[in-house]
Design a protein around this ligand. Structure first.
Ligand SMILES: Cc1ncc(COP(=O)(O)O)c(C=O)c1O
Length: 387
């Protein structure tokens, strides 16, 4: 049987990983500045994470949400404390798209409305509502098309005010990434997020903070929306939550009431997933990783800004992007194949850095040296070609 061919793959098989490094089948080491698409939060195969999963596996891996699962409560309480939102409730599921799907649906149950506001360059996942609220027509199937989603320009306060003035009473929710990931590391301004909060309060709409990629400490605060000093009504979380173990969830503000049967999942919140998620939070706390992301992220941005050829260096914490000019369009490939460094991209010309929150200053310096070397090599190759 063949694999269904939907991924453009790099021809590298990763067989081993540790911290911020991975190794291929030929035992060649790579520095991972991408974290498998922002998933690796505490470092690959962290010993505490491995041990907690192993210990749990020996007791019980799964039983469905038809019985009391005490480790879910343990996770909720730790998450409430570390996120600074102890009065919110937790619903557990399995992926980022599923988290957003549940958030949008819950908002609609809550206020009985249908319209969703989403923004240009947004990415919220590939399931039905999540993909409808994603600004990429090429991944929206005809069956997902709906006129319930209104797209507005990102960070455009006038357009947002105008939309609420016209349709305020019909808006069920506003969904926004605090820092757009797939869209190319675009930061929502504090005043835009504050305006969303005000307009949602005035109109009874639900503010959904998609924190699937930018959350869980990556930005240097637990949620990137925290930088704006506002609370959302629902936070969606996935990637960094399990450090590679599939687990996701939504945090729900106290004003939104549950009803039996309104949300549900078979796998969500299973014992093994909760053990992985608890291990992540314990390591984030013990190793002070949110501060590490903040401090090392600031250092990395500062250094990147001094490199000739890189444009518009931006980001918060360890969620960083920069534009590369046309002449350097092969930079990502060169870094991977010649310098053994994984980075991410956003179309057409953005390099995205989403390393583990435990990345060290030494690893940053190694990366910067290689980055400068890769740029020099490309420039030299182009000079040779021009001769
Ligand atoms: C901001 C954001 N939301 C949602 C998703 C979807 O997450 P998943 O791929 O786990 O469904 C992603 C994935 O990249 C994302 O970046």
């Amino acid at each position: 049987m063949n694999l269904f061919d939907v991924y453009p793959l790099n021809n590298i098989a990763i067989t081993k990983a540790n911290g911020s490094y991975v190794w291929d089948a030929n035992d060649i080491q790579y520095l991972d500045m991408y974290g498998g698409h922002a998933v690796i939060s505490i470092g690959h195969t962290h010993p505490h994470w491995v041990k907690r999963i192993e210990d749990q596996l020996e007791k019980i891996a799964f039983y469905s949400n038809s019985v009391v699962i005490p480790i879910q409560k343990e996770l909720a309480s730790k998450l409430g404390a570390l996120s600074g939102k102890p009065d919110y409730s937790l619903f557990l599921c399995n992926s980022g798209a599923e988290a957003n799907e549940n958030a949008l649906k819950l908002a609609s149950f809550h206020n009985g409305r249908k319209k969703i506001i989403a923004f240009s360059k947004s990415f919220h996942g590939r399931t039905s509502l999540a993909v409808s609220a994603t600004d990429n027509p090429s991944i929206v199937a005809p069956v997902n098309e709906t006129d319930n989603v209104i797209f507005l320009p990102f960070n455009d306060e006038a357009a947002l005010k105008d939309c609420f003035a016209k349709h305020g009473s019909e808006i069920s929710s506003v969904i926004i990434e605090g820092i757009q990931g797939v869209g190319g590391i675009n930061i929502a301004t504090a005043s835009f997020l504050q305006l969303i909060r005000t307009l949602c309060d005035e109109s009874g709409a639900v503010f959904i903070a998609d924190s699937v990629q930018c959350g869980y400490g990556r930005s240097g605060k637990f949620f990137s929306h925290d930088h704006a000093g506002v609370n959302a009504d629902i936070y969606t979380m996935a990637k960094g939550m399990g450090n590679g173990f599939p687990v996701a969830g939504i945090l729900i503000a106290p004003g939104i009431q549950p009803k039996h049967g309104m949300l549900g999942t078979t796998f969500g919140g299973n014992q093994l997933a909760c053990a992985a998620a608890l291990a992540v939070l314990e390591v984030i706390e013990k190793e002070d990783l949110i501060n590490n992301a903040k401090e090392n992220g600031e250092y990395l941005v500062e250094q990147l800004k001094q490199i000739d050829g890189l444009k518009n260096v931006r980001g918060m914490g360890l969620m960083i992007g920069f534009d590369v000019p046309e002449e350097l369009k092969n930079l990502k490939k060169k870094l991977l194949f010649d310098f053994k460094i994984f980075t991410g991209e956003a179309k057409p010309n953005v390099i995205r850095l989403l390393p583990s929150l435990a990345l060290t200053k030494q690893q940053i310096d190694d990366f910067l040296l290689s980055l400068k070397g890769a740029i020099e090599e490309i420039v030299d190759e182009q000079k040779e070609l021009a001769l």
